[in-house]
Design a protein around this ligand. Structure first.
Ligand SMILES: [Zn+2]
Length: 83
């Protein structure tokens, strides 16, 4: 039952019992890395520190999602499933 680009419900959440979907881990890792590189480049200019910080945090969150959450996302908790 692989629908290609669509997210597949793979499991029930252990916290809320909601639907857990599996995102593409390579894609999350690529996007996270790009955001971190963009943040490092942006951090060169003090005027961009605030957006660079937010961008870097977002990238770190995506990489944590890949590493800790294994690309799993709960639609009930609205967060990655790291349990
Ligand atoms: Zn949940």
């Amino acid at each position: 039952m692989n629908c290609g680009l669509k997210d597949m419900p793979i499991d029930a959440c252990r916290r809320c019992g909601g639907e857990v979907v599996q995102k593409s881990r390579p894609r999350l890792a690529v996007v996270g890395s790009v955001l971190i590189v963009a943040a490092l480049v942006g951090a060169v200019w003090p005027i961009l520190w605030a957006p660079a910080f937010v961008t870097g945090l977002t990238g770190a969150y995506l990489l944590a999602w890949v590493a800790i959450g294994r690309g799993r996302w709960c639609r009930g908790c609205k967060r990655f499933d790291g349990v």
